[in-house]
Design a protein around this ligand. Structure first.
Ligand SMILES: Cc1cc2nc3c(=O)[nH]c(=O)nc-3n(C[C@H](O)[C@H](O)[C@H](O)COP(=O)(O)OP(=O)(O)OC[C@H]3O[C@@H](n4cnc5c(N)ncnc54)[C@H](O)[C@@H]3O)c2cc1C
Length: 482
């Protein structure tokens, strides 16, 4: 294990993809599971908080901290039948390459897949463009190995419920707590297809099993450190077809709903204004036939060599009235997705003086059929404040990445951002949605989590107290101690 204390390395680790930077005191680079346990032990002995970190692409200020940063570079992946067992440092793009050799895939690709790690994806319950059909990372977790402060490393996996309540130590108590309070957990459950706010309590009891890997997945490094993840895989479907249509704000909900009914593998929203603001409109001008502000990308996979029946199906549906552009060659589809993905990279560079595109309300998710209402909510809140903004995201899941241009540097600016978050979060709760679909709560949204889960937040606090009684793991992130 290496211990890093030099100023340059610590400065590098003081930033993630969020707004705040926090200088750590030390960083550990753990080479083995034993190193992870030893690092946790040493930090605990000194009373130092520990922040596990993958690639640091987290947005809501969650992979930075004032104590010790814990890095794991181990990146091996062992392909088995229907499963891949990964070390946490493997980058998702590399995992895809490893799996491609056997014709398998794990279909969750965050837009950051070229740099984000499996450890970070598991910890955030990350999602991607294909979540509309295939679900989020938590749905692929079949087992984890996790280091808990003071406990060493142990396996977390599904066991029959009866055995779950008798698991030794903290695990048995965690299963009992969740089992006894299932009603409260289900009453607080959001009516969404993806959710990264709070712990994924609703996933722990499933198919007659108690599965604590689903609790540690999505816990943002606040309960334990993931040292290994077994992820479900399946054969990669062959042949894709992509429809691109333009949509107005008013037409968005209807267009998305028509496409969603046909079972797409991706259903995305792109804001043309990003390209305009950056002077890069020509990059996608071939998709521009009107002043409508949005493009919808709708992909179907598994269409094989002859996609004609899928084209006909879309033509006969309500979606046909939106006059789609149909792409069927692999290179054309890749080009269109590149244009979509470029929005994210371009968006990071947009600034005007001290104003930047701030996160906060950048990951709201509503029940899929409320997409139009979510768009109206965000646009209404931005326009009321006279804010310029960009908006894109996962239309099929009604999960929008909207960022207004604001100045976060002074107290006045920070108050304004907080006010916007208040109003948008109240609005998304009224729609039955969640304050974050895939990016997580981090420090940015931690104080709002209790209001999203009025009946079950105390269970999250008890679980935090159970596994991390001294509050050493990622303090201030996700769940605030009672
Ligand atoms: C341009 C851009 C696009 C993005 N697009 C998407 C997207 O499409 N979908 C999406 O879901 N997210 C997206 N994100 C957010 C982010 O990339 C993902 O959440 C990603 O999975 C984080 O991985 P990471 O390795 O960078 O983790 P980090 O940022 O290093 O860490 C994220 C969280 O996981 C914890 N953590 C990391 N490793 C471990 C571990 N081994 N054990 C326990 N906890 C751990 C950290 O403490 C932190 O709380 C995007 C971010 C950017 C900047």
């Amino acid at each position: 294990m290496k211990k890093l204390t030099d100023a340059a390395a610590l400065l590098e680790l003081s930033r993630d993809a969020g707004l705040a930077s926090i200088l750590p005191r030390v960083a550990y680079r753990a080479d083995t599971e034993e190193d992870v346990a030893a690092a946790l032990g040493e930090a605990a002995g000194e009373g130092l908080p520990v922040t596990p970190r993958g690639a640091g692409t987290g947005i809501p200020t969650q992979s930075v901290g004032r104590g010790a940063i814990l890095l794991q570079d181990r990146a091996a992946a062992e392909v088995r039948s229907g499963q891949v067992v990964c070390e946490p440092g493997i980058v998702k793009a590399e995992l895809n390459r490893v799996l491609a050799g056997s014709g398998a895939w794990m279909p969750v690709d965050p837009s950051s897949y070229a740099s984000c790690t499996v450890g970070g994806m598991v910890a955030n319950n990350s999602s991607g463009v294909r979540t509309v059909k295939y679900g989020s990372t938590v749905d692929y977790v079949e087992g984890l190995r996790v280091a808990v402060v003071g406990e060493g490393v142990s396996a977390k996996a599904a066991v029959p419920v009866g055995e779950g309540v008798s698991l030794p130590g903290k695990d048995g108590r965690a299963v009992s707590l969740i089992l006894e309070n299932r009603r409260l957990i289900s009453e607080d459950e959001r009516k969404v297809t993806k959710n990264s706010s709070g712990y994924r309590l609703e996933k722990v009891i499933h198919d007659g099993k108690a599965d604590l890997s689903k609790l540690f997945a999505g816990s943002e490094g606040t309960l334990g450190v993931v040292t290994q993840a077994a992820l479900r895989t399946s054969p990669k479907p062959e042949g894709r077809l992509l429809f691109v249509v333009e949509a107005s704000i008013e037409g968005l909900g209807g267009a998305a709903s028509a496409f969603r009914g046909l079972g797409p593998s991706a259903l995305e929203l792109v804001d043309k204004s990003v390209f305009r603001v950056m002077g890069k409109w020509d990059r996608i001008s071939k998709y521009s036939r009107s002043e409508d502000p949005y493009l919808i990308f709708c992909e179907f996979d598994g269409v094989g060599d002859d996609p004609s029946s899928r084209v006909e199906e879309v033509a006969e549906s309500r979606a046909a009235s939106f006059d789609p552009m149909v792409l069927s060659s692999g290179s054309e589809i890749a080009q269109a997705w590149d244009a979509r993905n470029e929005t994210l990279t371009l968006a990071q560079d947009i600034r005007k003086g001290s104003k930047v595109l701030v996160p906060g309300v950048e990951d709201l998710v509503a029940p899929p059929e409320r997409l139009g209402d979510l768009v109206r909510l965000l646009v209404g809140e931005f326009e009321k404040r006279g804010l310029e903004y960009i908006m894109y995201g996962h239309a099929g899941d009604a999960n929008l990445h909207a960022r207004p241009l604001m100045d976060p540097s002074g107290p006045e600016g920070r108050r304004a951002i907080e006010g916007l978050m208040e109003d948008c979060f109240e609005g998304v709760w009224r729609l039955g949605g969640s304050i974050t679909g895939e990016h997580g709560d981090g420090m940015l949204r931690a104080k709002f989590v209790e209001r999203q889960y009025p009946k079950s937040y105390w269970i999250m606090q008890e679980l935090k107290q159970l596994y991390d009684p001294r509050g050493l793991l990622n303090p201030g992130v996700k769940v605030v101690s009672a």
